[in-house]
Design a protein around this ligand. Structure first.
Ligand SMILES: [Zn+2]
Length: 306
Protein backbone atom coordinates (compact mmCIF):
# COMPACT_ATOMS: atom_id res chain seq x y z
CA UNK A 1 0.00 0.00 0.00
CA UNK A 2 1.43 3.37 -0.94
CA UNK A 3 1.42 6.00 1.73
CA UNK A 4 0.57 9.66 1.30
CA UNK A 5 4.14 10.84 0.82
CA UNK A 6 5.16 8.12 -1.60
CA UNK A 7 2.19 9.02 -3.79
CA UNK A 8 3.93 12.14 -4.94
CA UNK A 9 7.05 10.34 -6.00
CA UNK A 10 7.26 9.50 -9.67
CA UNK A 11 9.30 6.38 -8.98
CA UNK A 12 6.24 4.72 -7.56
CA UNK A 13 4.15 5.25 -10.64
CA UNK A 14 6.60 3.13 -12.64
CA UNK A 15 6.47 0.42 -9.96
CA UNK A 16 2.69 0.54 -9.94
CA UNK A 17 2.66 0.12 -13.73
CA UNK A 18 4.32 -3.27 -13.27
CA UNK A 19 1.33 -4.35 -11.21
CA UNK A 20 -1.70 -2.84 -12.92
CA UNK A 21 -3.06 -0.86 -15.84
CA UNK A 22 -3.57 2.80 -14.97
CA UNK A 23 -6.37 4.91 -16.44
CA UNK A 24 -5.43 8.40 -17.59
CA UNK A 25 -7.99 11.16 -18.11
CA UNK A 26 -9.63 12.34 -21.34
CA UNK A 27 -9.67 15.60 -23.26
CA UNK A 28 -9.04 18.98 -21.69
CA UNK A 29 -9.27 21.20 -24.81
CA UNK A 30 -12.66 19.98 -26.03
CA UNK A 31 -13.99 20.09 -22.44
CA UNK A 32 -12.87 23.73 -22.13
CA UNK A 33 -14.65 24.47 -25.42
CA UNK A 34 -17.84 22.95 -23.94
CA UNK A 35 -17.36 25.41 -21.08
CA UNK A 36 -17.05 28.44 -23.35
CA UNK A 37 -13.43 28.53 -24.62
CA UNK A 38 -13.55 30.33 -27.99
CA UNK A 39 -11.71 29.20 -31.11
CA UNK A 40 -8.29 30.91 -31.26
CA UNK A 41 -8.26 31.61 -27.52
CA UNK A 42 -5.28 30.29 -25.49
CA UNK A 43 -6.66 27.27 -23.53
CA UNK A 44 -3.82 27.38 -21.01
CA UNK A 45 -4.63 30.98 -20.06
CA UNK A 46 -7.79 29.57 -18.47
CA UNK A 47 -5.58 28.28 -15.63
CA UNK A 48 -5.44 31.94 -14.59
CA UNK A 49 -8.73 33.36 -15.87
CA UNK A 50 -11.06 30.39 -15.18
CA UNK A 51 -9.30 28.25 -12.53
CA UNK A 52 -12.57 26.89 -11.12
CA UNK A 53 -13.53 25.43 -14.53
CA UNK A 54 -10.13 23.76 -15.05
CA UNK A 55 -10.28 22.30 -11.54
CA UNK A 56 -13.87 21.13 -12.07
CA UNK A 57 -12.77 19.23 -15.20
CA UNK A 58 -9.89 17.60 -13.27
CA UNK A 59 -12.28 16.58 -10.48
CA UNK A 60 -14.81 15.14 -12.92
CA UNK A 61 -12.10 12.91 -14.42
CA UNK A 62 -10.97 11.73 -10.97
CA UNK A 63 -14.56 10.92 -10.04
CA UNK A 64 -14.90 9.03 -13.32
CA UNK A 65 -12.07 6.73 -12.19
CA UNK A 66 -8.91 8.23 -13.70
CA UNK A 67 -5.72 7.23 -11.84
CA UNK A 68 -3.72 9.98 -13.60
CA UNK A 69 -4.83 13.48 -14.57
CA UNK A 70 -2.97 15.72 -17.01
CA UNK A 71 -2.24 19.38 -16.32
CA UNK A 72 -3.72 22.01 -18.65
CA UNK A 73 -0.30 22.80 -20.13
CA UNK A 74 -0.37 21.12 -23.56
CA UNK A 75 0.47 24.38 -25.38
CA UNK A 76 2.34 26.12 -22.55
CA UNK A 77 5.89 25.81 -23.91
CA UNK A 78 7.75 29.06 -24.58
CA UNK A 79 7.52 28.90 -28.39
CA UNK A 80 3.76 28.24 -28.51
CA UNK A 81 2.99 30.88 -25.86
CA UNK A 82 5.02 33.41 -27.83
CA UNK A 83 2.83 32.69 -30.86
CA UNK A 84 -0.26 33.19 -28.69
CA UNK A 85 1.29 36.43 -27.35
CA UNK A 86 1.22 35.03 -23.82
CA UNK A 87 4.93 34.47 -23.23
CA UNK A 88 4.90 36.94 -20.32
CA UNK A 89 2.47 34.56 -18.56
CA UNK A 90 4.58 31.38 -18.99
CA UNK A 91 5.56 31.12 -15.35
CA UNK A 92 2.08 31.76 -13.95
CA UNK A 93 0.27 29.55 -16.52
CA UNK A 94 2.49 26.53 -15.82
CA UNK A 95 2.69 26.90 -12.04
CA UNK A 96 -1.02 27.54 -11.72
CA UNK A 97 -1.79 24.49 -13.93
CA UNK A 98 0.12 22.16 -11.63
CA UNK A 99 -1.41 23.75 -8.53
CA UNK A 100 -4.95 23.25 -9.87
CA UNK A 101 -4.32 19.59 -10.68
CA UNK A 102 -2.70 19.03 -7.27
CA UNK A 103 -5.62 20.72 -5.49
CA UNK A 104 -8.11 18.53 -7.35
CA UNK A 105 -6.08 15.40 -6.42
CA UNK A 106 -5.71 16.47 -2.78
CA UNK A 107 -9.45 17.07 -2.30
CA UNK A 108 -10.31 13.82 -4.09
CA UNK A 109 -7.93 11.84 -1.87
CA UNK A 110 -9.62 13.07 1.29
CA UNK A 111 -12.53 10.73 0.50
CA UNK A 112 -10.76 8.17 -1.69
CA UNK A 113 -7.64 6.56 -0.19
CA UNK A 114 -6.20 5.41 -3.54
CA UNK A 115 -3.04 6.43 -5.35
CA UNK A 116 -3.80 9.09 -7.96
CA UNK A 117 -1.18 10.99 -9.90
CA UNK A 118 -0.60 14.30 -11.68
CA UNK A 119 1.12 14.18 -15.06
CA UNK A 120 2.47 17.30 -16.72
CA UNK A 121 1.25 17.55 -20.32
CA UNK A 122 3.78 18.87 -22.85
CA UNK A 123 2.77 19.30 -26.51
CA UNK A 124 4.56 20.43 -29.67
CA UNK A 125 5.59 24.02 -30.47
CA UNK A 126 3.32 24.13 -33.54
CA UNK A 127 6.32 25.32 -35.59
CA UNK A 128 8.38 23.33 -38.07
CA UNK A 129 11.92 22.66 -36.90
CA UNK A 130 15.00 23.15 -39.04
CA UNK A 131 16.10 21.97 -41.58
CA UNK A 132 12.50 21.73 -42.92
CA UNK A 133 11.26 24.89 -41.18
CA UNK A 134 12.38 28.08 -39.47
CA UNK A 135 12.52 27.00 -35.81
CA UNK A 136 16.01 26.32 -34.48
CA UNK A 137 16.42 23.23 -32.34
CA UNK A 138 17.98 25.38 -29.62
CA UNK A 139 14.87 27.63 -29.60
CA UNK A 140 12.57 24.62 -29.26
CA UNK A 141 14.75 23.27 -26.43
CA UNK A 142 14.65 26.62 -24.64
CA UNK A 143 10.85 26.78 -24.97
CA UNK A 144 10.47 23.31 -23.40
CA UNK A 145 13.07 23.97 -20.73
CA UNK A 146 11.30 27.16 -19.61
CA UNK A 147 7.99 25.29 -19.30
CA UNK A 148 9.38 22.23 -17.53
CA UNK A 149 11.34 24.24 -14.95
CA UNK A 150 8.20 26.16 -13.93
CA UNK A 151 6.05 23.02 -13.66
CA UNK A 152 8.71 21.13 -11.71
CA UNK A 153 9.04 24.01 -9.23
CA UNK A 154 5.51 23.18 -8.00
CA UNK A 155 5.96 19.39 -8.01
CA UNK A 156 4.08 16.51 -9.60
CA UNK A 157 4.56 12.85 -10.58
CA UNK A 158 5.44 12.36 -14.25
CA UNK A 159 5.59 14.07 -17.66
CA UNK A 160 3.76 13.03 -20.82
CA UNK A 161 4.93 14.41 -24.17
CA UNK A 162 1.81 14.20 -26.34
CA UNK A 163 0.64 14.56 -29.96
CA UNK A 164 4.08 14.91 -31.56
CA UNK A 165 4.59 14.21 -35.28
CA UNK A 166 8.27 15.06 -35.68
CA UNK A 167 10.80 12.71 -34.11
CA UNK A 168 13.40 15.50 -33.93
CA UNK A 169 11.03 17.72 -31.97
CA UNK A 170 9.87 15.06 -29.51
CA UNK A 171 13.50 14.05 -28.91
CA UNK A 172 14.34 17.70 -28.20
CA UNK A 173 11.46 17.89 -25.70
CA UNK A 174 12.59 14.59 -24.16
CA UNK A 175 16.11 15.92 -23.73
CA UNK A 176 14.74 19.08 -22.08
CA UNK A 177 12.82 16.89 -19.60
CA UNK A 178 15.78 14.59 -18.87
CA UNK A 179 18.19 17.49 -18.36
CA UNK A 180 15.88 19.45 -16.06
CA UNK A 181 14.19 16.91 -13.79
CA UNK A 182 14.22 13.30 -12.57
CA UNK A 183 10.55 12.58 -13.26
CA UNK A 184 9.45 9.57 -15.30
CA UNK A 185 8.56 10.62 -18.85
CA UNK A 186 6.36 9.03 -21.51
CA UNK A 187 6.71 10.13 -25.15
CA UNK A 188 3.63 9.82 -27.35
CA UNK A 189 3.24 10.50 -31.07
CA UNK A 190 0.20 10.94 -33.29
CA UNK A 191 -0.32 8.56 -36.23
CA UNK A 192 -2.60 8.88 -39.27
CA UNK A 193 -4.42 6.31 -41.45
CA UNK A 194 -1.13 5.10 -42.96
CA UNK A 195 0.04 4.16 -39.44
CA UNK A 196 2.76 6.79 -39.73
CA UNK A 197 3.03 10.30 -38.34
CA UNK A 198 2.73 13.10 -40.91
CA UNK A 199 6.55 13.15 -40.85
CA UNK A 200 6.57 9.51 -41.97
CA UNK A 201 7.56 8.00 -38.60
CA UNK A 202 6.43 4.40 -38.09
CA UNK A 203 5.42 2.94 -34.70
CA UNK A 204 8.59 0.81 -34.70
CA UNK A 205 10.86 3.79 -35.38
CA UNK A 206 9.16 5.78 -32.58
CA UNK A 207 9.65 2.92 -30.11
CA UNK A 208 13.28 2.33 -31.07
CA UNK A 209 14.41 5.95 -31.03
CA UNK A 210 12.41 7.19 -28.04
CA UNK A 211 13.51 4.36 -25.75
CA UNK A 212 17.06 4.94 -26.96
CA UNK A 213 16.63 8.56 -25.77
CA UNK A 214 15.67 7.14 -22.36
CA UNK A 215 11.91 7.64 -22.39
CA UNK A 216 10.36 5.56 -19.58
CA UNK A 217 7.39 4.79 -21.80
CA UNK A 218 6.28 5.35 -25.38
CA UNK A 219 2.81 5.67 -26.84
CA UNK A 220 0.31 6.99 -29.34
CA UNK A 221 -2.45 9.55 -28.88
CA UNK A 222 -4.95 11.76 -30.68
CA UNK A 223 -5.28 11.03 -34.43
CA UNK A 224 -7.95 8.91 -35.96
CA UNK A 225 -9.68 7.02 -33.17
CA UNK A 226 -9.26 3.74 -31.27
CA UNK A 227 -9.15 1.18 -34.11
CA UNK A 228 -6.20 2.86 -35.79
CA UNK A 229 -4.33 3.25 -32.52
CA UNK A 230 -5.02 -0.41 -31.76
CA UNK A 231 -3.05 -1.27 -34.89
CA UNK A 232 -0.27 1.14 -33.89
CA UNK A 233 -0.03 -0.22 -30.33
CA UNK A 234 -0.08 -3.82 -31.61
CA UNK A 235 2.99 -3.06 -33.71
CA UNK A 236 4.68 -1.32 -30.79
CA UNK A 237 3.96 -4.24 -28.42
CA UNK A 238 5.48 -6.74 -30.86
CA UNK A 239 8.89 -5.12 -30.52
CA UNK A 240 8.97 -4.06 -26.85
CA UNK A 241 7.95 -5.25 -23.38
CA UNK A 242 8.54 -1.76 -21.95
CA UNK A 243 5.69 0.51 -20.74
CA UNK A 244 3.25 1.77 -23.40
CA UNK A 245 0.52 4.43 -23.31
CA UNK A 246 -2.54 5.04 -25.47
CA UNK A 247 -5.00 7.96 -25.59
CA UNK A 248 -7.22 7.72 -28.70
CA UNK A 249 -9.59 10.43 -29.87
CA UNK A 250 -13.29 9.58 -29.64
CA UNK A 251 -13.27 8.64 -33.33
CA UNK A 252 -12.78 10.87 -36.37
CA UNK A 253 -14.64 14.17 -35.86
CA UNK A 254 -17.12 15.64 -38.35
CA UNK A 255 -19.07 18.88 -38.56
CA UNK A 256 -22.79 18.91 -37.79
CA UNK A 257 -24.63 22.26 -37.66
CA UNK A 258 -21.27 24.02 -37.32
CA UNK A 259 -20.40 21.90 -34.31
CA UNK A 260 -17.54 19.37 -34.19
CA UNK A 261 -18.93 15.94 -33.31
CA UNK A 262 -16.82 12.98 -32.13
CA UNK A 263 -18.63 9.75 -33.00
CA UNK A 264 -17.18 7.13 -30.61
CA UNK A 265 -19.46 6.42 -27.65
CA UNK A 266 -18.18 5.68 -24.13
CA UNK A 267 -19.10 1.99 -24.73
CA UNK A 268 -17.05 1.83 -27.92
CA UNK A 269 -14.03 3.41 -26.21
CA UNK A 270 -14.45 0.94 -23.33
CA UNK A 271 -14.52 -2.00 -25.75
CA UNK A 272 -11.16 -0.85 -27.13
CA UNK A 273 -9.82 -0.18 -23.63
CA UNK A 274 -10.33 -3.87 -22.91
CA UNK A 275 -8.41 -4.77 -26.08
CA UNK A 276 -5.59 -2.38 -25.11
CA UNK A 277 -5.44 -3.96 -21.63
CA UNK A 278 -5.20 -7.43 -23.22
CA UNK A 279 -2.34 -6.10 -25.32
CA UNK A 280 -0.69 -5.13 -22.00
CA UNK A 281 -0.75 -1.41 -22.68
CA UNK A 282 0.09 0.15 -19.31
CA UNK A 283 -1.68 3.53 -19.40
CA UNK A 284 -5.04 3.85 -21.16
CA UNK A 285 -7.19 6.97 -21.56
CA UNK A 286 -8.58 9.29 -24.22
CA UNK A 287 -7.72 12.37 -26.26
CA UNK A 288 -9.86 14.88 -28.20
CA UNK A 289 -13.61 14.42 -27.88
CA UNK A 290 -13.45 12.12 -24.86
CA UNK A 291 -15.34 13.19 -21.74
CA UNK A 292 -15.63 12.00 -18.13
CA UNK A 293 -18.36 9.59 -19.38
CA UNK A 294 -15.86 7.97 -21.75
CA UNK A 295 -13.25 7.69 -18.97
CA UNK A 296 -15.84 6.25 -16.58
CA UNK A 297 -16.72 3.51 -19.10
CA UNK A 298 -13.01 2.84 -19.75
CA UNK A 299 -12.18 2.67 -16.01
CA UNK A 300 -15.09 0.32 -15.26
CA UNK A 301 -14.11 -2.01 -18.10
CA UNK A 302 -10.41 -2.06 -17.19
CA UNK A 303 -10.96 -2.57 -13.51
CA UNK A 304 -13.14 -5.57 -14.42
CA UNK A 305 -10.65 -6.93 -16.98
CA UNK A 306 -7.52 -7.00 -14.81
ZN1 LIG B 1 -6.25 14.90 -29.29
Amino acid sequence: MLNEKENLSGGNILELLNQKVLVIDGAMGTMLQENGLKSGECPELWNITHPEIVKKIHTSYLEAGADIILTNTFGANGVKLMKMKQQHQLKEINRQAVKLAREAVDSYKKNHPVPVFVAGSVGPTGEILEPLGPLKNSEAYQGYQDQIKEMVSVGFDMIILETFYDLTEIKTALRAVKENCDLPVFASMSFDENLKTIYGITPEKAVEELFEEEADGVGANCGSGPELLYQVLTRMRIITDAPLLVEPNAGIPYLENNKVVYPASPQEMAKYAEKFAQLKVNIIGGCCGTTPEHIKAIAQKIKKTI
